[in-house]
Ligand binder design. Structure first.
Ligand code: CMP
Length: 145
């Protein structure tokens, strides 16, 4: 099933973007939108609002608004799960143990500096993510193809 997903290269991943694009290509995903932006604290907080009660929320929002990020739309068969598998486990140390080839294993630092983000489903928060990154409401056909 053809899907679109939102991928975000985090501030610690921006200098690794060439390697990341190579992995994206190898996984047969296509970059259909890309935009380098600097999120404000409040945009980063909105992006991660589902995590607002977590102990790491403040550090996460601080980190995500600390430098440029690259927001991308990826498209391809099973794009959502393929991109998340390519990323590997959230914690880069776990990724190095369990998924050596993954983006986070190769380029990540820890649980928070983990190179990139991927939407976990075709759900309401994905809509918010696209809206924050690309400023325009995302076409309904994303949700009702
Ligand atoms: P991401 O895939 O962007 O989704 C939520 C983010 O919160 C996650 O990547 C990490 O950057 C961060 N995160 C998740 N769990 C932890 C944790 N236990 N400690 C610190 N940061 C975390």
């Amino acid at each position: 099933k053809k899907e679109r997903t939102l991928a975000m290269i985090k501030p610690d991943g921006v200098t690794k973007i060439g390697d990341i694009f190579e992995l994206i290509n190898t996984a047969n995903l296509i970059v259909t939108k890309a935009k380098m932006i600097k999120l404000t604290w409040s945009q980063a907080a909105d992006f991660y609002m589902e995590h607002q009660s977590k102990p790491f929320f403040n550090n996460l929002v601080q980190f995500m608004s600390s430098g440029p990020v690259v927001a991308m739309e990826l498209m391809g068969d099973e794009a959502i799960s393929i991109w998340r598998r390519l990323l590997g486990p959230t914690d880069s140390a776990v990724a190095r143990r369990e998924a050596q080839e993954s983006v986070r294993a190769q380029f990540g630092t820890d649980g928070i500096k983990n190179v990139a983000h991927g939407s976990d489903s075709v759900a309401a928060h994905s809509f918010t993510h696209f809206l924050i990154c690309f400023s325009t409401p995302y076409p309904l056909e994303f949700f009702f193809p």
